[in-house]
Ligand binder design. Structure first.
Ligand code: PHE
Length: 471
């Protein structure tokens, strides 16, 4: 395919909105607050922020640069820049995209379903969560709807589909988040929630939290699987990559931070400010879907309905711009490498991933054998959906990030990487961020990501603690 026929983002801001849309998702609004709740509050937040800026930001620059240089999907991009032997890295990305999207649409389907329930004033849905997740026809339909919407946008291409959707959804999402934060801060005991959220207790930082915070940072920034290689391949040569990556990182982290500012006051309101209660209530994946509807109800019927509807609409929007980017990765692979036409490629990939997601959908409640799917030495017994999450989010993404940094610095070579970064930067001198990215990609990312990946793989899958009592 020639460059002239490749669709592109029409503007710099269009790219930034689409990439931020990819980053801001269930990871920020659903996962981040409960990871914070379970991970001891502010200690987790600090670790997460540290990783996002020191490790993830440089990997993001590398991904966008690889994409823009090659104008290709992750498989084609890696193949064209390096040794053939490294092509597996592109395939690892496409596989991660497949796996993540397969369960992501299930949770996104819940968000959409809850939006409808809230609109109907059914606050009891939190208590019916078990029944809801067992009702596979209903769940199947909601995630089908979600996947079809995603495929519709992706089938319309970059400027006419992805960029256009992001331009509408992202500003709306920011308005919703801000409005909900302002409202939450006016609730009784809001400040107790904020304290739990923001006062760090560093004794809480354990090896497990370090690993969770890293996985969360990669997942939340959509890194390690080539989503940003793919989006980068549609970026114009006028764009300053380092600056764009900085804006995307700050946007994503800010929205996660705001989601916490919105959620913890709600929890503290419910537990009347009791810190032990705050931890118990907020620290699990069921928090948003089980506890939150009840909290909305206690605000009074009409007000609760407005706040609840707004919240689940916000969650659905956030998820939507992320599923779009997840679907674009394998779709771009089919278009570039297998020469399939965009519409056919999109619907074929979407249909396949929907089918792959069915076991995840059934594993939350409907099918017992999928519910207690596997017992691993580290995390214990988990359902199919959590298992896929463990493989794809928590293992493949940091591993992908590690390999991308090694690939960029030592296979593609730093001089080529730096040359690509300078295109569009319009700066005569190399700035601080450029210098940092250079050092991080060659040393900091490979070393730290290497250690954490090794430690966690041994711990989770083999039950071996290779650093012993270090944490
Ligand atoms: N960043 C998205 C979120 O926070 C998830 C995602 C991961 C999207 C990887 C694309 C690629 O929800």
């Amino acid at each position: 395919m020639t460059m002239a026929t490749r669709d592109h983002f029409k503007s710099r801001i269009g790219f930034i909105l689409a990439a931020s849309g990819s980053a801001v998702g269930l990871g920020n609004i659903w996962k981040f607050p409960f990871e914070v709740g379970a991970g001891g509050g502010a200690a987790f937040v600090m670790t997460y922020l540290f990783f996002a800026f020191t490790l993830c930001f440089p990997v993001m620059v590398a991904e966008i640069a690889i994409g823009r240089k090659t104008q290709l999907n992750p498989v084609g991009a890696i193949k064209s820049l390096g040794h053939k032997r490294w092509t597996f890295l592109g395939y690892l990305g496409v596989a991660s995209g497949f796996l993540i999207l397969s369960f992501y649409t299930v949770v996104a389907g819940w968000a959409l379903g809850y939006f409808v329930e809230m609109l109907l004033g059914n606050f009891d849905i939190g208590n019916q969560f078990d029944a809801f997740t067992k009702d596979w026809i209903k769940m199947g339909l909601y995630s089908l709807l979600f996947m079809s919407g995603t495929a519709f946008v992706v089938s319309n291409g970059i400027s006419g589909g992805i960029e256009r959707a992001a331009r509408i959804l992202m500003p709306t999402l920011v308005v919703f988040v801000l409005a909900l934060v302002i409202y939450a801060l006016t609730l009784p005991n809001a400040m107790e929630g904020i304290k739990y959220y923001l006062q760090p207790d560093f004794s809480k930082i354990t090896g497990d939290i370090v690993y969770k915070a890293l996985g969360q940072a990669f997942f939340s920034l959509s890194l390690g699987m080539g989503a940003l290689i793919t989006y980068g391949s549609y970026v114009s040569r006028e764009t300053n990559i380092v600056r764009a990556a900085a804006v995307i990182t700050v946007t994503d982290v800010s929205i996660a931070f705001l989601a916490g500012l919105m959620m913890f006051p709600f929890v503290a309101y419910m537990t009347q400010g009791d810190p032990v209660g705050i931890r118990e209530v907020s620290g699990g994946p069921g928090f948003i879907f089980i506890t939150l509807p009840g909290i909305f109800e206690s605000l009074g019927h009409s007000l609760g309905m407005v706040i609840g509807t707004a919240f689940f609409l916000l969650l659905s929007f956030a998820a939507f711009t992320s599923t779009i980017s997840l679907l674009e990765v394998p779709t771009a692979y089919m278009i570039d490498e297998l020469k399939v036409e965009r519409k056919a490629a999109t619907w074929a990939v979407a249909g396949t991933i929907y089918l792959i997601g069915i076991p995840s959908m059934l594993s939350v409640g409907a099918v017992e054998s999928l519910k207690n799917f596997i017992t691993l030495p580290g995390p214990g017994t988990m359902n199919f959906m959590d298992f896929v999450g463990l493989i794809a989010n928590d293992t493949f993404l940091p591993l992908g990030g590690l390999l991308i940094s090694v690939f960029t610095a030592y296979v593609w070579k730093k001089s080529n990487f730096n040359k690509e970064i300078r295109v569009g930067s319009h700066q005569s001198k190399t700035g601080f961020l450029e210098v940092y990215v250079d050092i991080a990609i060659s040393y900091i990312c490979p070393i730290i990501l290497g250690i954490i990946t090794l430690v966690t793989v041994f711990r989770n899958f083999f039950g071996i603690d290779i650093i012993g009592g270090l944490f």
